[in-house]
Design a protein around this ligand. Structure first.
Ligand code: GDD
Ligand code: MN
Length: 375
């Protein structure tokens, strides 16, 4: 395509990072748009594909073979928009880094203006905004528009910025500005821009340029409930992540629900149907552990959720680990109590030790999960 272009051998000044998942119908068209609009600029495009089932990565590899401006990072066994963007940006030495969707929803013709602004003004980042004069959200349905407005409002609160569109997935940043902040990024979920702003100790000097969010060219959006959950996790991480790990907070929260479930089952069996207390207690423990397991699998470990056969083996290991945790809980609490510790403190110490044990061991054995924030 562009091999004859002498600029294609120059080291890229601008690198456009494009996270993609099931975008096989879009990547070629996007590359065509980039070629048209970036004439005269040494550029490259880096697609970061998470092993899409539709074989997007094969398509990109074929394109890269024809066009040296096209590069591919193919990640296997991982998912995540933010982490894909971060990895793409770290894989290049270009001094200017843009991030955009693969589906042509972001207006590529804005890129040259973004670059000019970054090069000529004292700025760290230029953000494409749908919410300033001249921008727009195109043909979004009212539900999606309302969700976006709501998320924008809470994001502004958490990031304390004046950004009109902190949820934008379309921006260009100076490499240096990224490098100063990259180690503090959470890297979780969908909102890389929000992450960047929230992770900055010195505020980013930014400019917003308007654009209109277009219809998807082909394929469908990946912004689903999982993305929403990850958004919640990101905000939580920015809020309390420096004190306790977000996963642990979620785990403890689920544990609290487990206590309620336990009492409900016990009430039903022991008080209402008149089963012996020990039976009631045993059944309640098992039911509570199982609901805890399922809730953790759904929320706390949504990103590495166990399914199918693994859901069953995971359940076994969870029950086993938490069984040991319960024994330790009772043991420690009894020991402290015997040594004249206040009964409530003894119980709390037992609960504390077993929660940390349950959390730490199931993280490794049941879910084999990295902690949020380490990508
Ligand atoms: N590598 C990788 N891994 N890429 C992903 C993943 C993933 O797990 N999930 C989504 N992507 C890619 C998509 O293929 C697309 O190129 C881009 O990330 C954005 O995903 P979309 O599915 O197109 O999201 P959207 O259009 O609904 O949301 C857009 O608007 C939001 C603002 O409301 C995006 O630009 C968001 O970044 C933006 O916050
Ligand atoms: Mn999109």
């Amino acid at each position: 395509m562009n091999n004859k272009d002498s600029l294609s051998t120059a080291a890229p000044l601008l690198s456009v990072v494009v996270p993609c998942y099931n975008e096989v119908e879009n990547v070629e068209e996007l590359t065509r748009h980039l070629s048209e609009t970036l004439q005269g600029i040494p550029w490259e495009v880096i697609f970061v594909d998470d092993d899409s089932p539709d074989k997007t990565s094969q398509k990109i590899a074929d394109m890269a073979f024809q066009n040296p401006r096209v590069r591919l990072i193919h990640r296997i066994g991982r998912r995540g928009l933010s982490s894909a963007c971060v990895e793409g940006m770290l894989s290049t030495s270009a001094p200017y880094l843009a991030v955009m969707d693969a589906d042509l929803q972001h207006d590529a013709t804005l890129l040259p203006d973004m670059l000019t602004a970054l090069r000529s003004q004292q700025l760290d980042i230029v953000v494409g905004s749908r919410y300033i004069d001249g921008g727009g959200i195109g043909s979004w349905d009212t539900k999606r528009a309302a969700y976006s407005r709501f998320a924008t409002r809470i994001s502004r609160y958490f990031t304390q910025t004046e950004l009109t569109d902190p949820m934008s997935g379309f921006f260009m940043i100076q490499r240096e500005a990224l490098m100063q902040r990259v180690r503090r990024l959470s890297g979780v979920g969908f909102k890389i821009l929000l992450d960047l702003f929230a992770s900055s100790s010195t505020p980013l000097r930014f400019l917003e340029l308007p654009y209109t969010f277009k219809e998807r060219h082909a394929g469908e959006s990946k912004l689903d409930n999982r993305a929403l959950l990850e958004f919640g996790m990101l905000l939580l991480d920015k809020w309390i992540g420096h004190i306790i790990p977000v996963r642990f907070a979620a785990f403890v929260l689920v544990g609290g629900i487990g206590v309620l479930v336990h009492f409900l089952v016990l009430l039903l069996l022991f008080r209402i149907t008149g089963a012996p207390f020990a039976y009631g207690q045993a059944a309640a423990t098992l039911v509570a552990m199982t609901t805890n397991y399922l809730l953790n699998n759904l929320f706390t470990y949504n990103d590495v959720q166990l399914k199918g056969w693994k859901l069953l083996t995971g359940w076994f290991s969870f029950i086993l680990v938490c069984g040991v945790g319960a024994a330790a809980n009772v043991g420690i609490a009894s020991l402290l109590f015997q040594r004249q510790t206040n009964w409530m403190l003894s119980a709390l110490a037992g609960i504390g030790v077993s929660s940390v044990w349950n959390y730490a061991v199931t993280a490794v054995y049941t879910w084999q999960a990295p902690s949020i924030g380490t990508k």
